[in-house]
Design a protein around this ligand. Structure first.
Ligand code: GDP
Length: 351
C-alpha cells in the first residue's frame, strides 16, 4: 500500500509512471482542496480534477489542467455577454455575507460567474455541475469524488484531504480601488488590518503571480479535519511528489491531525527544485514569503516529518536525512518510473 499527496502538476506527472512500480489497487492519492473555488455557483476542484482527468486518460497534458480537446462555448458566451453588459474583465467575489452562507464547502472562496476568470471547458464544466449537484443533494465531497472516480474508471483511490472548507488566501501588497477589491476586502472579515487579499486562484490565474506576497493564509484550517479515509491512508507509506510546499502540501499539513500522522509514517519527498532552481510555478516566491529558503534546503525544512528525499543528480544540497539521487525531470512515463524506483530505494533505506 502507498499514499501520494498531490497538488495539480508534480504528483499527477509522477503518477504516470506509478503502475509500473506500485499496484494501482493499493495506491491512494490525497488531493489538496485549498485551491478549490466556487465559480458561477459550481465547485471547481483543480487539484482533484487534474488527477481525475489524468488517471481517467482525458487530461489536457499540454496545460496540465482541463480535458483534452474540450470546447469552451459556454465560457466564451458568458464572457461575451459580460463584456456587452459592460462588466470589467476581473474576478468578482460574492458579498461578504455570501462568503459564509450557502454551501459550507465553498466558504471564503465564492466568485460570481460574471467575467468568469478561469477558462472552464464545456466537458470540464459538466464535471463541476455534477459535483455541485451531488453536494446539493447532501453528499459530502469525499462521496462525490468517489462517484466521479467511478465514472472516470480510475484504478487508484483518489480522495480529498478534507470534507471541510479550507481556502488558500494570499495577502499581497497590490492595492486596488475597484469595486471587486472592496468586496474582496469586506470578505476578509477575520482580519481588519489586511486590506489586500486575494484567493490563490485570483493571484495565480488572473494576476499571473505578479503581486508581491506578504503572507499566505489557509482560512478554515483551524476547524478542518482530515477525513477518516485520509487518516487511514496516512497509516501507509507516503510519497510527496514534486509539489508546491506552501499552497499544495501546506493546506494539508496545516491540519494538526494530518501533520501528526506524517510524523509517525514513513515519508519520502521528491524535490520540486534543483538546488535553488524551481521547475515551474510560483513555489519559490510563496516559500520566500512564508520564511523558507526557495530551494531544496527550504523544502526539507518545510517537510520536517520527511524521512528521506529524492534529489536530482545535479543537486548539491546536503541534507540531514537520507537522499537518493537520480534525474528528477518528469517528461515521460519512463522518467516517472525512474523517479518512483528511486522512491522504492529510499523506502528500503529507511525501513
Ligand atoms: P500546482 O501545479 O501549482 O498545483 O502545484 P504542484 O504542487 O503540483 O507543484 C508543482 C511543482 O512541481 C512545482 O513546484 C515545480 O517546480 C515542480 N515540477 C514541475 N515539473 C517538474 C518535474 O519535471 N520534475 C520535478 N522534480 N519537479 C517538477
Amino acid at each position: 500500500m502507498v499514499t501520494f499527496l498531490a497538488g495539480g502538476t508534480g504528483t499527477p506527472k509522477l503518477l504516470q509512471g506509478a503502475p509500473a512500480v506500485f499496484d494501482p489497487a493499493a495506491t491512494t492519492v490525497i488531493a489538496n482542496t485549498g485551491d478549490d473555488v466556487e465559480l458561477a455557483g459550481h465547485l471547481v476542484c483543480p487539484d482533484i480534477d487534474t488527477v481525475l482527468f489524468s488517471e481517467g486518460g482525458v487530461l489536457d497534458t499540454d496545460r496540465w489542467w482541463g480535458i483534452e480537446n474540450d470546447t469552451t462555448n459556454t465560457h466564451t458566451e458568458m464572457a461575451d455577454l459580460a463584456n456587452k453588459a459592460g462588466f470589467e474583465n476581473t474576478p468578482r467575489y460574492l458579498s461578504a455575507d455570501a462568503q459564509t452562507s450557502g454551501r459550507q464547502i465553498s466558504q471564503w472562496r465564492r466568485f460570481s460567474g460574471v467575467a468568469e476568470f478561469m477558462e472552464i471547458g464545456d466537458r470540464d464544466r459538466a464535471v463541476h455541475l455534477l459535483r455541485t449537484s451531488l453536494l446539493d443533494e447532501g453528499k459530502c465531497l469525499s462521496e462525490v469524488i468517489e462517484i466521479l472516480t467511478d465514472a472516470f474508471e480510475l484504478d487508484i483511490d483518489l480522495i480529498p484531504m478534507s470534507d471541510d472548507p479550507v481556502a488558500t488566501l494570499i495577502h499581497t501588497e497590490a492595492g486596488s480601488e475597484s469595486d471587486t477589491a472592496q468586496k474582496r476586502n469586506e470578505a476578509n472579515e477575520n482580519d481588519e488590518t489586511a486590506t489586500e487579499l486575494m484567493h490563490f486562484q485570483e493571484y495565480w490565474v488572473h494576476n499571473r503571480a505578479e503581486p508581491s506576497i506578504v503572507d499566505v493564509e489557509f482560512r478554515g484550517v483551524d476547524t478542518a479535519t482530515p477525513t477518516p479515509m485520509v487518516k487511514t491512508a496516512l497509516t501507509d507509506p507516503v510519497v510527496i511528489g514534486p509539489s508546491n510546499p506552501v499552497t499544495s502540501i501546506g493546506p494539508m499539513i496545516a491540519m494538526d491531525e494530518f501533520d501528526s500522522a506524517l510524523e509517525t509514517t514513513p515519508v519520502i519527498a521528491i524535490s520540486p527544485f534543483i538546488n535553488d532552481r524551481v521547475f515551474s510555478g510560483p513555489a519559490a516566491s510563496l516559500m520566500k514569503a512564508v520564511g523558507f529558503e526557495p530551494s531544496t534546503a527550504g523544502v526539507a525544512e518545510a517537510y520536517s516529518f520527511a524521512d528521506a528525499f529524492i534529489l536530482d543528480t545535479a543537486d548539491q544540497t546536503n541534507l540531514d536525512r537520507p537522499v537518493v539521487r537520480t534525474d528528477i525531470q518528469l517528461n515521460t512515463d519512463s522518467d516517472a518510473k525512474r523517479v518512483l524506483q528511486a522512491v522504492q530505494t529510499a523506502f528500503e533505506k529507511i525501513t
